[in-house]
Ligand binder design. Sequence first.
Ligand code: 13P
Length: 251
Amino acid sequence: MRKPIIAGNWKMNNTIAATKALVTDLIPLVKGAKSEVVICTPYTDLATAAELVKGTNIHLGAENVHWAESGAFTGEISADMLVELGVEYVIIGHSERRQYFGETDETVNKRVKAALAKGLKPIICVGETLEQREKNRVKSVLKKQTIGAFQDVTEEDLANIVIAYEPVWAIGTGKTATAQDANDTIKIIRNQIAKLYNRKAANKLRIQYGGSMKPANAAELMAMKEIDGGLIGGASLKAADFAKIVKYYEA
Ligand code: 13P
């Protein structure tokens, strides 16, 4: 009952020229996919990508959004600016932003509320570091991140939210969580959502796995009961690889 959602996170990759080439290659490859297809691009590529994906089954996302409506925030981008370009999804709280750019659970929550207020659909990222995993703190870390992100978010809002569980140690490292491990950890997050809202709401919420997901492991991960999709970094930069993940069910 939860529609699978495969989203590419391009991170800081692709010029406008590269965007044109990649999206043009991708469109026929993902046509007719059973999964929802999203590409999250750098701000500078959004207008180009928006034009190209018009009338296709590819949805557009950004990689961040500021919480203020407008004002003196040099270098930042507002939700209105994204909406105007045809952006539908926005990644919020990616571990790289938490690690390098001072993102906290509090700022994640501010961004989530600002995005929802303008009709953008947040893809909220949570996940533990290797150190936290080794110290058996996975559950407490995910609980804290989840409670923090969902402060003042209503049950109705959940229909427009996706969570991405991305263990930091699996991002860009080639190390994937085992399908069972990813499934069990996502279950912890879903249980936390059930505690914050209720079981029915939690069962409707889509939760992705992210971290070295690729054509070779997508089908196995997607076969797990709790895993509703993927947030794909490196493999989303190659049209053929990303399309194979989108059509994981054909493998
Ligand atoms: P990789 O797929 O490159 O490991 O990146 C995952 C990620 O961070 C997606 O947001």
